[in-house]
Each structure stands twice: as structure tokens, then as C-alpha cells.
Write a new protein. Structure first.
Length: 296
């Protein structure tokens, strides 16, 4: 079926904003032109794509299905346009990276600094999200690369994955509240303590839950948050034992915290860089990945 790309582009912006007026603003066309384009697309596809009301717009099931296919396609075209612009001296270069707050703060900063000094004219766009969310952003072509925790169930075979470093997760606690220094605690003993950890929408949470399940234990955390820094802050005031990556714990003595010894060996995890290998990386993007992996 031969349908004009502009119709799909209008559909994408309406579906993204769920507003005909906002889509018109982003596309620099009139609202009536947006409405007419949507009607033409619906007629050609013989499907109703939007549920319209006086207060809001929502996608039908058919519209949601179409959006899942159109979104990565539109982003892929935008990425191609961006790379073409980057190939010219006057082009405004951009490197789009997705990573969690923790990875940005405790790992990426020196590499971003080095990259900026090497490519001062390249604009760096960073999107924060869980490692699972970052994988979704890569899948829909909204970023050039991601730096994420592994294992990561959201990464797929279409993505090229390069290992950056290994790390282990640790439990940290305030020693005067949890006086276990020098003791090797089992997971069964840890299960009886108030565990502070990341929310279920994270690879770290999935990792710890799976670890407990492997030992036939049910993990019921006391507190679940979206920030490792906040977990550490709560551990400092004795609310529980925080489960965090070891690279977040820079100086336990200054923080008045201790790293608890665990009887069962804690498996290693990895930080990885991932990108879509079917799409050529720009020179700045490849440099950024090579810089991070050069320490291996």
C-alpha cells in the first residue's frame, strides 16, 4: 500500500502527544491540516486510529499497534538525517546516550569530560532511565547507544553489546544499628533484616530477587526506591541495609557505613555499552565506546 510518509509523520506526532493542537505546533502546520491528514490515513488503512473526545485524544488498539511500528521508523529516519548533517562541517553533531542516574554519576562523568574535550562541537544528549528503560529507548532508535547493567532481559540479538567493566553488588549498613562487622551473613539471615533496594522496574531488583529464589528464599524488601544515592542515605540513618553496586560506595568510613560480608558468593555483573549493529555508528559515538572499553 502506497501511503505518503507525511501522513505517518502526522500520525506519529498526534500519537506521541495525544493532542492535535500540540502535534500541529511541533509540525508547524494548522490543526485542521493535522486532523485532515489523520482522516486520510484512517481511510486508506480502513482503520480507526484515534478515539476523539472534547477533552482528550487516545489511541485505539489498532492505533497502538501502528504506533509501535511507526515510532522506531520515525526515529530511525531522524537518526539518519542527523548523521548526514554530522558529515558536513556546518552540521550540528549530536551524541545521544541513555544510562541510569547511578551509571551517569559514578561511572560516565570522566568519559563524558574526555569526550567533550575531544569533540567540543558535538552536543551530548543524555536520557536517564533504568537499564531496562534504556534498552527500550535503544530498541525504538531514540538514542545512539546505551550504557547499562547486564544481565538485562530487554537487550536483544539485534544489538551489539560490548563489555565495559565487571562489578559486584554489596549490602551496606550503619554498624551501630546492624552490628555485624566481621560476621559472614547468609542470605537467610539477610532475609530477616530490613532490605533497602531499587524498585522492581530495574535489573538490580530482578538480579537480587533471582538470587534469593535460587536459594529457595522469598525476598520482601522493606523499602524500594528509584535512587541508589537515596538508598545509601537511608542506610546512613539506620533504616535498613542498602543493596547497591560496589562502585557507588566510594568511602564507607566517611559515610559511617560498613560493607556486610555475605556467606554465599555474590555473582559478578557487568556494565555494558550497547548499540544497534544494523545502523552505522558515527565517528564520535564509536570513539566514546572505544574510550570506555579501552581499560579492558
Amino acid at each position: 500500500m502506497d501511503i505518503n510518509y507525511e501522513l505517518y509523520k502526522v500520525f506519529y506526532y498526534v500519537a506521541k502527544t495525544l493532542s492535535f493542537s500540540e502535534a500541529a505546533t511541533e509540525l508547524f502546520i494548522s490543526q485542521s491540516a493535522v486532523s485532515q491528514s489523520v482522516k486520510v490515513l484512517e481511510k486508506r488503512l480502513n482503520q480507526v486510529l484515534f478515539i476523539r473526545s472534547t477533552k482528550r485524544v487516545s489511541l485505539t488498539k489498532e492505533g497502538e499497534m501502528l504506533f509501535k511500528h511507526i515510532e522506531p521508523a520515525i526515529n530511525l529516519i531522524s537518526r539518519g538525517e542527523n548523521q548526514l548533517l554530522n558529515s558536513t562541517p556546518a552540521g550540528g553533531m549530536q551524541l545521544r546516550i541513555a544510562a541510569s542516574d547511578t551509571i551517569c554519576r559514578y561511572f560516565l562523568v570522566p568519559y563524558l569530560n574526555k569526550f567533550h574535550k575531544t569533540y567540543p562541537d558535538v552536543h551530548i544528549k543524555i536520557i536517564n532511565g533504568t537499564s531496562l528503560k534504556c534498552a527500550e529507548l535503544l530498541e525504538t532508535n531514540q538514542v545512539d547507544l546505551i550504557v547499562a547493567n547486564s544481565p538485562n532481559s530487554a537487550l536483544n540479538n539485534n544489538q551489539h553489546i560490548r563489555e565495559i567493566k565487571t562489578f559486584r553488588d554489596v549490602f551496606v549498613a550503619k554498624p551501630d544499628v546492624f552490628p555485624y562487622k566481621g560476621q559472614a551473613l547468609s542470605l537467610a539471615q539477610l532475609q530477616q533484616l530490613p532490605i533497602l533496594m531499587l524498585s522492581k522496574l530495574s535489573t538490580t531488583s530482578a538480579f537480587l530477587h533471582n538470587l534469593f529464589l535460587q536459594h529457595s528464599l522469598d525476598l520482601v524488601p522493606a523499602i524500594e526506591l528509584s535512587s541508589n544515592d537515596l538508598l545509601i542515605d537511608l542506610a546512613k540513618i539506620g533504616l535498613g541495609i542498602a543493596f547497591v553496586p560496589d562502585f557507588c560506595v566510594t568511602n564507607t568510613s566517611e559515610d559511617e557505613l560498613i560493607i556486610l560480608e555475605i556467606a554465599e558468593p555474590m555473582p559478578e555483573r557487568k556494565l555494558v555499552a550497547a548499540y544497534d549493529e544494523s545502523i552505522p555508528l558515527s565517528e564520535p559515538a564509536r570513539y566514546f565506546i572505544d574510550t570506555m572499553t579501552s581499560q579492558l
